[in-house]
Design a binder for this molecule. Structure first.
Ligand SMILES: Cc1cc2nc3c(=O)[nH]c(=O)nc-3n(C[C@H](O)[C@H](O)[C@H](O)COP(=O)(O)OP(=O)(O)OC[C@H]3O[C@@H](n4cnc5c(N)ncnc54)[C@H](O)[C@@H]3O)c2cc1C
Length: 412
């Protein structure tokens, strides 16, 4: 087994040692495994699913080095890497086609928010549970009558000594049925102006009174749930930030969420299907597979242009996001620019899936049955799923309002 790379080494030595360490420690079975924000990959939790089973070893080895959260402080289970070292880690993992050892809303949303707003006790309690993959988180923001106008939320939390008693209903809780803890916005002062009566609460979903009901969607998959709170007792120490000051915390978390969505949907599929290889990008591979000429649909000059344009847009976006990430200082909170990235990335992803379905022609409209293989059915479902991209994390219209007001300074 190769020695762990030292964070105090110079960057070239760090890269060399890291490459050797990754090569020695990454199980062959995880190389090239697909991961996505839509649940593929390892999301950890009390009831984890490791596919392939070697993902467990991969997660544990990486977590031991702090590499599940490379830039977080070491005392909270992070790697303590500088942003340059973290970039080297990402590059070396990409070179070996290694998937992230762990994914999810813990690492991407509530973790960074805890680092910014948490008490020392909260950081110690929750962050190592995230980096080790022990606890999986979900998001309890939206309600049946509060989406874009999130501050109108009605889930109530009434004070009872050292506890709050929570009652209400959240909706569209992604993976609520697989999560262990939920971060939720609750109303603690109904008399105050709507943004000023909200508190940000951390709730263990095993607490009596929490129940979760899956919701079925057009794409056939159901990552969505309703989460119901019925007299749920939550300790006051689980307030993140100030009581009635939850709106500030909520907005900061949305910045992380929008950055995560932009990164996830701005790039084309990472990794490859098991056993699937081929020249060129996924779109080029698809075009070669379908159509009538020698090069399949790629023989069509108009389609070739469209694929080239999409890939140029994707590359330009990737470089812009990279530049913005490089410019960000450690601990930097994403500002309204995350709305720009979110709109662009999600529109790009919708165009990408639209084009994939067009390339596949009638085979891109499969739902089930013997006429379509597994990849073709996935093509249709991913296309339908992509329609939700410009809704989740705040709709495109709402992002455009934010850009108009907070980036361009236009009047209301
Ligand atoms: C894939 C996906 C995953 C999600 N995951 C979660 C999750 O895990 N947790 C969670 O809490 N929520 C989640 N959501 C919910 C999501 O945050 C809301 O759907 C979103 O904020 C929009 O709210 P709404 O559905 O109530 O639509 P509405 O707010 O009712 O909006 C309806 C339409 O009106 C437009 N509109 C509303 N207000 C304005 C305005 N001021 N100006 C211009 N247009 C406006 C909207 O753009 C939209 O087109 C998810 C949603 C999706 C699609």
């Amino acid at each position: 087994m190769s020695a762990a790379p030292s964070v105090s080494a110079d960057l070239d030595t760090f890269r060399r040692d890291l490459r050797a360490w990754l090569d020695a420690n990454a199980p062959a079975a995880v190389r090239g495994v697909l991961t996505s924000i839509e649940g593929q990959g390892n999301w950890g939790g009390r009831r984890p699913t490791f596919d392939p089973p070697e993902m467990k070893t991969w997660m544990e080895r990486m977590a031991k080095q702090g590499f599940t959260a490379p830039t977080w402080p070491t005392e909270y289970g992070g790697g303590g890497l500088s942003k340059e070292q973290a970039k080297v880690l990402a590059e070396e993992m990409a070179a070996l086609k290694l998937p992230p050892p762990l994914m999810g809303f813990g690492l991407e949303m509530i973790g960074p928010t805890l680092l910014n707003f948490g008490t020392e006790e909260q950081k110690r309690e929750h962050l190592t549970q995230i980096t080790s993959g022990a606890i999986r988180w979900c998001q309890g923001y939206s309600e049946p009558d509060s989406g874009s106008d999130l501050a109108s939320l009605q889930t109530r939390a009434a004070r009872d000594g050292d506890h709050f008693i929570v009652n209400g209903r959240k909706v569209w809780t992604s993976y609520g049925d697989q999560a262990d803890w939920i971060f939720a916005l609750v109303r603690t002062d109904p008399a105050a102006k709507k943004q000023e009566g909200i508190t940000f609460l951390l709730i263990d979903m095993e607490t009596p009174g929490v129940s979760v009901r899956p919701i079925r969607l057009i794409s056939g998959k159901s990552p969505f749930c309703e989460t119901i709170f019925d007299d749920v007792r939550v300790p006051v120490k689980n307030v993140l930030g100030q009581i009635n000051g939850g709106w500030t915390v909520a907005k900061a978390l949305l910045g992380y969420e929008r950055s995560m969505i932009a990164e996830a949907f701005g790039a084309s599929e990472r990794g490859k299907k098991k056993g699937g290889v081929g020249r060129g990008s996924r779109l080029v591979q698809l075009a070669r597979q379908y159509g009538f000429g020698e090069e399949g649909a790629l023989d069509d000059a108009v389609l070739r242009d469209e694929i080239a344009q999409l890939e140029m847009d994707e590359r330009a976006f990737h470089l812009t996001v990279q530049r913005s990430r490089d410019a960000a200082k450690a601990g930097h909170r994403p500002g309204p620019e995350s709305s720009l990235f979110k709109v662009y990335a999600t529109e790009l992803n919708k165009d990408r899936h639209e084009l994939s379905v067009r390339i596949a022609g009638a085979q891109g409209l499969g739902w089930e049955g013997p006429g379509y293989d597994e990849d073709e059915v996935a093509l249709t479902r991913q296309w339908l799923r992509s329609r939700g991209n410009s809704i989740e994390g705040g709709t495109s219209e709402v992002q455009l309002n934010i850009i108009a007001k907070r980036v361009l300074g236009l009047p209301d």
